[in-house]
Design a protein. Structure first.
Length: 202
């Protein structure tokens, strides 16, 4: 199973969601499908996409937050799984693409390669109530649909091949990306408040 194909399969469903990705291949593959202002590519902060995603989810309860993560990043910040299990934002889906490789930083094997380290088991042991392991595209699509359509924080561990994009490069710098992402969230909140405001004379 290819990560790029997994992202492509759910790309249409991301139009109305806040998406935070890790650095490197995952960000590039999403960007290549077509950037949207609700996508934030977390550069130069390996391991922290899930932490930032949780903060956004807790502060924007009316939005659904999707985090694209990797096994290498999660292994650098295992404590995030215990924190996520504790706060369990019901409007967040944490997708971990496990390719058994630190692909974006040299292609070295990660601890999941040998089969000894099981990220799905770690998430369950941390206390995450909804954990799905996907080894096929159908399992991945089903897990995402379940998470997007139902209430409850979910971790999806997708076992993918250690294959990345054939190029790297975005016509979008981090400060600009962050500014447009923040503005998107702010304008969505303002629009929602206007819709909920009572009409004069009612």
């Amino acid at each position: 199973m290819l990560r790029s194909k997994c992202i492509e399969a759910i790309y249409p469903e991301l139009e109305d969601k806040l998406v935070v990705t890790i650095m490197g291949a995952c960000a590039q593959e999403l960007y290549d499908l077509g950037h949207r202002d609700n996508f934030f590519y977390l550069q130069h902060a390996m391991g922290l996409a899930s932490s930032i995603g949780m903060g956004i989810a807790l502060n924007a309860p009316d939005e659904h937050v999707v985090v694209f993560d990797g096994d290498g990043s999660v292994l650098m910040n295992l404590g995030t799984l215990t924190t996520l299990a504790r706060y369990a934002p019901d409007n967040m889906t944490h997708i971990i693409f496990d390719n058994g490789s630190l692909l974006s930083t040299g292609g070295f094997d990660s601890h999941t390669t040998s089969g000894i380290t099981d990220i799905a088991a770690i998430a369950k042991g941390a206390g995450v109530q909804h954990v799905a392991l996907a080894r096929t595209p159908m399992e991945f699509m089903t897990a995402c649909a379940d998470s997007f359509e139902t209430v409850g924080f979910t971790v999806i561990v997708a076992k993918v091949e250690a294959v990345g994009p054939d190029h790297y490069g975005m016509d979008l710098k981090l400060p600009e990306n962050a500014m447009r992402f923040e503005r998107y969230i702010r304008e969505r909140k303002q629009a929602r408040q206007q819709m909920q405001a009572p009409v004069a004379g009612d």
